[in-house]
Design a protein around this ligand. Structure first.
Ligand SMILES: [Zn+2]
Length: 351
């Protein structure tokens, strides 16, 4: 008798996943907020079961459900994307604390509550990466080492952002020493950067007449390779994503895909802005070149918009003179600073 009861229960349990009638289809999504919380209401066609994953450094919240339908909702503060059994929420408003987000269930509705930070000031994290350093000098022409130009410009940009007060700023190296590309990537991910800018100087010894600035953003190939690498090596993914997200393979893959897309799209967005400012303020000195896609290692930081700027050609005497001139270095730093403000929708402080 007892064994039959047990078998019946087992049978019922085994049939349960075959009856996904309720709590799947998203019927409605809406947002609202009060003094304390930003709220996202997701209403299903039945009582949903869910698990929440949070990655505060990348401002991501993921809900794992039994199933869901594809949708993409854009709001000023958040972007809500549904795909298969996951709903991913990208938090764009720096006033919102992703780390303290929670979900409550009210029958058929999941309410995602994201509290506002109580600090008056919300800082954007910017990582500035002076290319090369130490034993790696980069290009050397006419007795000038690329690492020194890169560092001089990076330091000036660092100072401008520090003085502004609205940024948390980091340099991947604070002097003339070697830092590997992997270290630069991991550092950027670990500080939870909102933007990464790598500064380099170009060279083409065969074409000394070649001039101009060039911007580089993550290519599709680079994006795909990084995805495969981190999706198949969870231990490496731990440097870039929250532990819980990495452990769940479905969530890991989905989040890697979306964060790498974010890196690429937002990097391009910043590159476009930076190029526009460069054309306006510096174009008559160092011509504004294009935006190119590459799979450079430093560009592959999931969840962080990344851009590499080749600020001019060292093999062109005219440009090298400008690149080594502190006044011109300040102009480059100021131009990039203006672009950063524009990218974050911030206004210049009025003095
Ligand atoms: Zn370089």
């Amino acid at each position: 008798m007892r064994i039959w009861k047990l078998l019946t229960i087992l049978l019922l349990i085994s049939f349960f996943p075959l009856t996904p009638i309720f709590g799947q289809r998203v019927e409605k999504i809406s947002v609202s907020h009060d003094k304390n919380y930003y709220k996202i209401f997701i209403t299903f066609d039945g009582k949903p079961r869910f698990k929440i994953f949070k990655d505060p450094k990348r401002d991501l919240i993921t809900l794992k459900l039994s199933n869901t339908y594809r949708f993409n909702k854009e709001y000023y503060s958040v972007r809500v994307v549904g795909e298969r059994n996951l709903i991913t929420i990208f938090v764009r408003n720096p006033q919102l604390s992703t780390a303290k987000a929670k979900v409550i269930r009210k029958y058929r509705t999941l309410v995602v509550l994201i509290p506002f930070k109580h600090r008056k000031f919300f800082k954007y994290t910017v990582v500035i990466d002076p290319g090369h350093g130490g034993k790696d000098s980069g290009a050397t022409y006419f007795g000038v080492k690329e690492k020194d130009i890169n560092f001089a410009v990076a330091l000036k940009l660092y100072k401008l952002l520090r003085e502004d007060g609205r940024f948390k700023v980091y340099l991947t190296r604070k002097g003339d020493y070697f830092v590997s590309l992997t270290q630069r990537q991991k550092f950027t991910a670990q500080v939870g950067a909102d933007l990464f800018i790598s500064i380099h100087s170009n060279a083409n010894p065969y074409k000394p007449y070649k001039r101009g600035v060039e911007f580089y953003v993550l290519s599709d190939k680079g994006k795909y390779r990084k995805f495969i690498d981190l999706a198949t090596h969870p231990s490496r993914a731990l440097y870039f994503l929250d532990d819980d997200m990495v452990r769940d393979s479905t969530v890991r893959k989905k989040v890697l895909k979306t964060t790498l897309e974010f890196t690429q799209e937002e990097g391009e967005e910043f590159a476009k802005i930076a190029r526009r400012y460069w054309c306006k303020y510096l174009g008559r000195f160092i011509p504004c070149g294009g935006i190119y896609k590459r799979s450079f290692a430093v560009l592959k930081v999931p969840g962080v918009p990344t851009v590499l700027v080749e600020i001019g050609y060292m093999t062109n005497r005219r440009e090298l003179n400008l690149l080594t001139n502190p006044r011109y270095q300040w102009s480059i730093a100021k131009t990039l600073y203006r672009a950063i403000l524009d990218y974050f929708n911030l206004k210049m402080w009025k003095n």
